[in-house]
Design a binder for this molecule. Structure first.
Ligand code: C2E
Ligand code: SIN
Ligand code: SIN
Ligand code: FE
Ligand code: FE
Length: 395
């Protein structure tokens, strides 16, 4: 990354000299064309930018979910120091960020100290010692997607010349984010569409899928520091966990919908659903040429290993403890909790107290202890999720 963009006095123009030989120039951004994670690309762009604008100390991406009005960090680069991981808030609660969206214009804060911080986000930025910020809203076909945040420890770091460069880098980054998001969302949509087209019923209702997603995210976010999960991993666990039982479409109705306890023989058929799910997911990844997608393993592991048990007595492989990928341990806790508290053809809905009591008994033995505690200790959040996605809890 030896290349330097020189900002001359009259703007962005620099003297250009033709390279002496045909292949003398090496593409300084070639890294961006390789298979790297979004975080790696963001960090790369941050280093590249710093060669011209040394005062950019943090770059972060926050995505907006219009269904919930939630804004959450998606990727960030602070070159080593990591001041603001795993941030999530309602957009409506941030007056200043809402104003950016309403005006459809970026915002420059030259001196963050002078801003009266009513929102946790700005307070966190202030506590971290940042002096100035540039916040660029990002759009796709006119639809608001989220924000790019640029922060500097210096005050007044963002003059016009610098901003021209930040806009360019910002839009490049926005394209990577859009590509990344679209890939993950298309994958989820494909899996669900295919299960419908195959004329199998999708065994899971909308409410179950939403609750699964949110319980999984709640657990993932809580254990993230301890298990080294970054924001992207948390978000993908949120997206993919509702697909854990996709293999059930290969199980006959007579078993899946049986309004009574399964016989041993029926249950052994039912136990094929994790491997059926993994096979389906592999086929879809291959058809859509997504096998190299960085998060493909996460999706496959959730489908394949969500019935493994910590003590090795689960299925299909009888994996034990840490050998079970953490995303599968998270999905397992979310799944069992939601299965217990929902009506099934073969059982009534348990109360939260009853379900938590069983989870506590299974913790450490069959279920991951930390994942269970993350859920039990956040009962208020659990109940909020149940209230929000309640439509099918009564049958
Ligand atoms: P599911 O309904 O999504 O349940 C997921 C997991 O939640 C179950 O995995 C089990 O660990 C837990 N769970 C669900 N209901 C109960 C319950 O009433 N008591 C207890 N102690 N745990 C419960 P499991 O056992 O491996 O079952 C996998 C899938 O097999 C279930 O997914 C469900 O679709 C089916 N299944 C299991 N038992 C029966 C049954 O007796 N009748 C019918 N029709 N289906 C069953
Ligand atoms: C805010 O105004 O709440 C966000 C400040 C920032 O991240 O730059
Ligand atoms: C979560 O998503 O982790 C809980 C908050 C919510 O979405 O209700
Ligand atoms: Fe399952
Ligand atoms: Fe399930």
């Amino acid at each position: 990354m030896g290349h330097r963009i020189t900002l001359s006095e009259d703007g962005m123009h620099q003297k250009t000299l033709a390279p002496p030989c045909l292949f003398d120039h090496s593409d300084q951004l070639a890294f961006l064309g390789e298979a790297h994670s979004l975080d790696e690309k963001l960090t790369f762009l941050h280093h590249y930018l710093r060669e011209s604008v040394a005062s950019v100390d943090r770059m972060a991406v926050a995505l907006y979910d219009p269904a919930t009005d939630i804004l959450k960090t998606y990727a960030h680069s602070s070159l080593g120091d990591n001041p603001l991981p795993l941030y999530e808030a309602r957009l409506a609660q941030s007056r200043t960020l809402s104003e950016i969206v309403a005006r459809r214009q970026p915002r420059i804060i030259n001196d963050i100290e002078q801003v009266t911080a009513t929102q946790t986000h700005t307070q966190r930025i202030q506590r971290q010692g940042y002096g100035s910020s540039y916040t660029l809203p990002i759009y796709r076909n006119g639809t608001f997607l989220g924000f790019l945040f640029f922060n500097s420890y210096r005050k007044h770091a963002f003059g016009e010349k610098v901003l021209h460069l930040l806009d360019l880098v910002g839009h490049l980054l926005a394209l990577f984010i859009i590509d990344h998001l679209t890939t993950a969302r298309n994958l989820v949509a494909s899996v669900r569409t295919i299960s419908t087209l195959a004329q199998h019923r999708d065994p899971e209702t909308g409410g179950h899928l939403e609750r699964m997603s949110h319980y999984s995210r709640l657990i993932a976010r809580t254990i993230a520091p301890q298990f080294g999960l970054d924001d992207l991993a948390v978000e993908h666990i949120f997206l993919f966990s509702p697909l854990h039982d996709i293999g059930k479409i290969a199980i006959p109705d007579s078993i899946l919908c049986k309004p009574a306890k399964l016989t041993d023989e029926e249950f052994s058929v039912m136990k094929r659903h994790p491997e059926e799910g993994a096979k389906m997911i592999d086929a879809i990844l291959e058809h859509f040429d997504l096998l190299k997608m960085p998060q493909a393993d996460l999706l496959r592991n959730i489908a394949l290993y969500h019935h493994e048990a910590m003590n090795g007595e689960g299925y299909p492989h009888g994996l034990r403890g840490d050998a079970i990928p953490v995303e599968a341990r998270i999905a397992a806790v979310a799944d069992v909790f939601d299965a217990l508290t929902s009506v099934r053809p073969y059982k009534h809905a348990w109360s939260n107290d009853e379900a938590f009591a069983l989870l506590a008994r299974l913790a450490g033995d069959r279920l991951d202890y930390d994942c269970v505690m993350a859920l039990i200790e956040q009962r208020t959040e659990v109940e909020q999720i149940q209230d929000r996605f309640a439509e099918d809890r009564l049958g």
